[in-house]
Ligand binder design. Structure first.
Ligand code: IVH
Length: 731
């Protein structure tokens, strides 16, 4: 290993500050990189900088803020363990920017503020790779692996080969060059010889360090390869947002990652939350007088070392084996758990561990001989497109849905696949009667990859889009900037029913037991006609319907009654204003004392709120301007529905759980969900809408389902019973 002087240079990251004294000599295999003591010191320092307005020691402040932000990025993006609330992170970032603006001479190129690139590139320049970016040979079963192992042993002239197995990430490959400790270039694979220079975008990926203490290990320049990925939850959230905006969702995380990497607007790239995993050192040069460091003798050692100095590598996921049978067993074991990972994997990559042996094996023009991919079973299948139905959503958007011959893909039978919108249908040129390739990856909804045009016999028919609503027959309309055709008749029966279903849903007014099926039934019977009518159901008539016991009626009535006291943000969300999701509803509710105050807000005023842009503002202003919506609100008030926000102007309370996140799932028996949420919020905690790496506590009631499974899989979430939650919250 290179001599470890423990010296801290001006670009050294936090890892070096804290680790060298602790781990000098045994740096390579430490698993935890920070002690709680280090964190505490760091956060205390950052806090005191936030609370002072003096510029007494700007350099020290800049360094401390840089460290804590880099640390938070590393914890969040590399370790999936958030250590700061978004607001805290933003405050630190803002402070750093403030000091840097005042003292530009103190700004270094690896400052986190440099991740923000200004302007939009015209297009990316083409660059040559230092070493060609090859592909991998594929294996699909034990025999293939045994063959590969035999070839390796023959070529290497030894039976003693150690293999490393690590996930095969399904994203976009990238090459990164670090020179003099700085990230100087990021390039896409391109044709393997030339790629696109996407350095600006690579810098938006917070998992990638902008600088790393490589010189301390005698390294002058290194090229590291890896994969840019999108976590499944980030991908789903992004697609939800796209669908809400009337845009076609992106097909899968792989396409999303490679498309995002090539977006010309770095600010947009940053927003999309890409992640990265680095799995190969393809080239390096040493500083004059340095000898090759010990950790560059094996693949395993090299990735553990990279991880220990701040790079995102599969350090925790990779395994070493001494023979191919163990490798094969692991491949099958791992395949069974592929859905548990936060990102998509399509196999494992098996690599000869020893670099000297790798060199002996060499490569073909297509792939290295020392590595092979073990591909998991395809999640694709073919089927026939029988017909297309057109569904009307809550906002009137028309979605074409392909009805296909049943096809079994990874344990699920698929008969229906969304075609999203007309643009997607035209782009794919998919026709009725086509044989289509269908893909279903993990939790991601199934989609049609493409029609298999070679199998066409000329009888296939183009998909015709309706000009009128399939439900109410009104003429459909399409805004020039939107992909979806819409039925703009707000009285369209499907939309009315969908609006009511949304109003009673769990995240809106949470009127349990009055779910979609009952709403449909009551609506068809004329017992409800719109949202306000939910509060005037003729229960005598319901009793005569049959199918409703006295107990279930009492339960529905109680839930309707309880909904009247729901906080204002839930009402605003439940009204189903286009583009207003749960978070925006909270923002709007927090800005007023009573919902009617929003009647007077114009687009400019609305835009001053956090996260409200012109599109959301226009939609909200339009909603509150309409007479029929104001009448609906009047009518809800007459039924006793709360329109007030008693907490207006009060800052989020500070408390023992500031920065901590909670989520409640299953049927709670000791308190109402809203009460429990209020308890957590009163102590500074915030409530999340779903299980993600950002979640700290999941409180489970009875019959907890997928959220509990997901939290268990993540491993980073503390799971509490109701009583444990009470104990925690009451200190
Ligand atoms: S090693 C010369 N390791 O799979 C080194 N590749 O199908 C070759 N990939 O182009 C790459 N995960 O983009 C390697 N753990 C991993 C990988 C990996 C994903 C990608 C890579 C490659 C493609 C080949």
């Amino acid at each position: 290993m290179a001599p470890n002087t423990g010296k801290i240079n001006c670009h050294s990251t936090l890892l070096i500050h804290f680790k060298l004294p602790l781990f000098s000599g045994n740096f390579l295999f430490c698993t935890t990189m920070y002690t709680s003591l280090d964190e505490k010191r760091l956060f205390d320092q950052a806090k005191s900088i936030l609370n002072t307005s003096s510029d007494a020691n700007p350099e020290e402040s800049i360094n401390a803020l840089k460290e804590v932000i880099n640390f938070a990025d590393w914890k969040y993006y590399v370790q999936s363990e958030p250590v700061l609330a978004d607001s805290e992170y933003d405050a630190l970032y803002k402070k750093l920017k403030q000091i840097e603006d005042k003292f530009p001479e103190l700004v270094s190129p690896d400052s986190p503020t440099h991740r923000v690139a200004k302007g939009i590139s015209e297009r990316f320049p083409t660059v040559s790779h230092l070493v060609p970016m090859l592909s991998l040979d594929n294996t699909y079963n034990a025999e293939d692996l045994i063959d590969w192992d035999r070839r390796c042993r023959e070529l290497a002239g030894t039976d003693n080969i150690t293999y490393c197995a690590e996930p095969k990430y399904d994203g976009a490959s990238i090459s990164l060059i670090y020179e003099n400790d700085m990230l100087v270039r990021g390039a896409t694979r391109g044709d393997g010889v030339m790629g696109e220079d996407v350095t600006i975008n690579a810098k938006q990926i917070k998992a990638l360090p902008l600088s790393a203490p490589l010189a301390q290990y005698g390294i002058n320049r290194v090229e590291i390869r890896g994969e840019i990925v999108i976590h499944k939850n980030v991908f789903e959230a992004y697609n939800r947002q796209r669908t809400a905006e009337g845009l076609a969702p992106l097909a899968n995380p792989r396409n999303a990652a490679s498309g995002t990497l090539r977006i010309l607007d770095p600010a947009e790239v940053r927003k999309r939350g890409l992640n990265a995993i680095l799995y190969h050192i393809s080239d390096y040069t040493l500083l004059a007088g340095s000898t090759r460091p010990e950790h560059l003798e094996t693949h395993y050692g090299s990735l553990q070392w990279l991880y220990s100095i701040g790079f995102p590598t599969p350090a925790k996921e990779m395994k070493v084996f001494n023979n191919i049978d163990e490798v094969t067993a692991y491949c099958h074991e791992f395949e069974a758990q592929r859905d548990d990972l936060p990102f998509e994997v399509d196999g494992l990559v098996i690599k000869v561990n020893n670099f000297a042996l790798q060199d002996r094996l060499g490569m073909t023009s297509h792939h290295p001989r020392w590595a092979v991919a073990f591909k998991f079973k395809a999640r694709q299948g073919t089927s026939k497109l029988l017909r297309v139905e057109f569904q009307v959503g809550r906002t009137g958007a028309i979605t074409p849905v392909a009805k296909i011959e049943p096809v079994h893909i990874s344990g699920v039978t698929i008969t229906s696949v969304s075609l999203f919108n007309e643009d997607v249908v035209r782009e794919k040129d998919v026709r009725i009667g086509d044989t289509v390739l269908v893909e279903r990856a993990g939790d991601v909804i199934p989609y049609i990859v493409k029609p298999i045009t070679d199998l066409r016999d000329g009888t296939e028919e183009p998909i015709k889009f309706p000009t009128n609503c399939p439900v109410c027959d009104s003429a459909l309309e399409k805004q020039p900037e939107e992909a979806a055709w819409r039925c703009i008749n707000i009285g369209c029966p499907v939309q009315v029913a969908e609006r009511m279903i949304h109003y009673v849903s769990k995240d809106a007014m949470d009127i349990r037991n009055l779910g979609g099926a009952n709403i449909q039934k009551f609506y068809e019977m004329g017992l409800i006609t719109d949202i306000p009518s939910i509060y005037h159901i003729n229960w005598d008539k319901v009793r005569t319907l049959g199918g409703f016991g006295a107990k279930s009626i009492t339960n529905i009535q109680a839930a309707i009654e309880q909904s009247k006291t729901q906080p204002l943000n839930r009402l605003i969300y439940g009204l189903g204003i286009r583009f207003v999701g749960e978070t925006t509803a909270k923002t709007l509710a927090a800005a007023v004392g009573n919902i009617r105050e929003l009647y007077d807000w114009n687009i400019e005023q609305l835009c001053t709120l956090a996260d409200v842009g012109p599109k959301v503002a226009t939609s909200a202003a339009d909603f509150f301007n309409r007479r029929e919506n104001r009448e609906m609100i009047d009518s809800l008030e007459q039924s006793g529905v709360n329109l007030e926000n008693q907490l207006k102007g009060l800052a989020q309370p500070e408390g023992a759980f500031t920065g901590k996140t909670f989520l409640f799932t299953g049927t709670l028996s000791q308190f109402k969900r809203s009460e429990a949420e209020a308890m957590a919020e009163a102590k500074g905690g915030s409530i999340l809408g779903g299980v993600s790496a950002k979640l700290n506590y999941l409180v489970v009631g009875e019959d907890a389902g997928s959220k509990l499974d997901k939290a268990k899989k993540l491993g980073s979430v503390t799971i509490l019973t109701e009583s444990e939650f009470l104990e925690l919250i009451n200190g």
